[in-house]
Design a protein around this ligand. Sequence first.
Ligand SMILES: C[S@@+](CC[C@H](N)C(=O)[O-])C[C@H]1O[C@@H](n2cnc3c(N)ncnc32)[C@H](O)[C@@H]1O
Length: 296
Amino acid sequence: MQEGARPTVGQYIYQAEAQFLDSDIFFGHGTMEALDEAAWLVGSAIGLAPAELDDALERELTASEINKLDALVRRRIDERIPVAYLLNEAWFAGHRFYIDERALIPRSLIAEYILEHFQPWIEEDRIHSVLDLCTGSGCIAIAIALEFPETHVDAADISADALKVAIKNMQDYGLGDRVELIQSDLFEALGNRHYDIIVSNPPYVPPSSMLALPQEYKHEPELALVAEDNGLDIVDRILAQAAEHLNEGGLLIVEVGESREALEQRFPHMPFTWLSHESGEETVFLLNRNDLTGTR
Ligand SMILES: C[S@@+](CC[C@H](N)C(=O)[O-])C[C@H]1O[C@@H](n2cnc3c(N)ncnc32)[C@H](O)[C@@H]1O
């Protein structure tokens, strides 16, 4: 680059990538590596949609864009704030969501199963009602509503703060008539409602593991991450109550992350099906309603 010349979009992305690689930051809240993180931050901060970025790489940045980007890169490195919170933007199942520190950054493995329409586990034409338990930003509930235009989705969370984020997302997608947000401690406020699928990405990090998590996680609500009882508190309660809220033949699909081993030890007779994921991770289980009765 010439002395004094302003960098192009592409040059700035490589410069930010180098700064990220030279720092201690952790990737995993939307991207898995420095170049993707830099491209996302730069593109979005200067108002480019992902599809527009390639064509803009040769464009010279303006002085005010450079100031804005410099400040964001510094905050990413110095304060370890995930890009999603810096930009108030997250991508999930191909859709853009508003996000801020009141809710967990969307990244659940469940996105893949939504896009596959939960095949081959349930006939698509019998998915009329879905519950997204522990909905946070509403990303799972909204992605399901967008994939299944005839389906009603309830989205429950105990956190009033998280539900404010979910309301914004639901309004942004105009889904007010098909996604119902409910403040509830798990099933408590759901009365006698029944569903064809109950899906959940609940908190499952054991309190003892919290200290070891990279600093980026400290910006997320603790309520969204930590579960007592070695990470199993919430999942255990879901397993105990889900059958009462599932229609005959209904499915329970739950992400449990690092708690898989502890869960299998606690419920050795529960016939979990562990769903394969393109990342290689197998930490989302599926159970049929019948599996839930009599196996605890
Ligand atoms: C891991 S986050 C998942 C958020 C969102 N579903 C996602 O995948 O991005 C877990 C969510 O569970 C909520 N939560 C924690 N305890 C709960 C409870 N007892 N009942 C309902 N929701 C709870 C938290 O507020 C948080 O929004």
